[in-house]
Design a protein around this ligand. Structure first.
Ligand code: SAM
Length: 223
């Protein structure tokens, strides 16, 4: 598991994005997720930051009293993270969390990292988060979105990337055991080419009473 694009450009990325949030809206979305999670789980919930990059979001959540594990497939991004935030645990892993302890976490945050996962892999990854995290697990997924239905590859400067229509993401979450709680969509502007989606969901219990009526995989147009 490697991420050669981010390995090669880690220094440039660190200079371009030196802090956790690129906008106040982004901070509010993460804090809202953190508030909801903390209000239910109490003292020091364990959160896994998937694709943590240089660890800024992990550090923000850590400062809020959470026990955070950052995971990333880029050794270079992790090198920056470990140097900047020596008090936080970081692990070389992929979104599938083969070695990260999803079983112990109350929530997962994937901020602009699932965009780099091939869409056909995403349902399996979400299903494994659901199975291993168990009912009630919170997730926040932030990604570049699309106003067109389905999933679309786009010209990301660092690595292959796909942006999702928010309904496609929500349906995929529903198909894999999660229920959408809320979504926030930031419209494109002079600094953002695409809409940006922040979607919070929770793992349903294994009973299927609230299971979705629709089903969709990323290779098909959404209904
Ligand atoms: C745009 S950066 C976002 C970093 C951080 N989450 C943030 O919001 O500042 C994307 C990150 O996703 C990581 N990434 C790429 N492929 C991934 C994968 N398959 N699983 C998990 N993370 C991945 C990259 O190495 C990079 O650190």
């Amino acid at each position: 598991m490697t991420q050669p694009g981010y390995d090669a450009l880690a220094a440039e990325y660190a200079a371009a994005f030196p802090s956790a949030f690129r906008s106040e809206l982004e901070r509010h979305a993460v804090d809202c997720f953190a508030d909801m999670l903390a209000s239910e789980t109490g003292d020091t919930p364990v959160v896994i930051d998937i694709g943590c990059g240089q660890g800024h979001i992990a550090a923000h959540l850590h400062a809020r009293g959470m026990s955070v594990l950052g995971v990333d497939p880029s050794a270079e991004m992790l090198r920056f993270a470990r140097r900047e935030y020596p008090g936080i645990r970081f692990l070389h892993d992929d979104a599938d969390c083969a070695s990260a302890p999803v079983e112990q976490c109350a929530g997962l945050i994937a901020q602009f990292s699932l965009i780099h996962v091939e869409p056909r892999r995403v349902p399996g990854i979400l299903a494994s988060w659901h199975r291993r995290g168990g009912p009630g697990t919170w997730v926040l997924i932030a990604m570049q979105g699309s106003d067109e239905t389905g999933v679309h590859e786009f010209d990301h400067l660092v690595a292959r990337a796909w942006r999702w229509h928010p309904d496609a993401l929500s349906i995929t979450l529903a198909d894999t055991g999660f229920e959408e709680v809320f979504r926030m969509i930031r419209r494109p502007d002079s600094d953002h080419r695409f809409p940006e989606v922040y979607l919070v969901a929770r793992a349903r219990s294994n009973d299927t009473t609230s299971a979705p009526h629709r089903s969709w995989t990323p290779s098909e147009p959404i209904p």
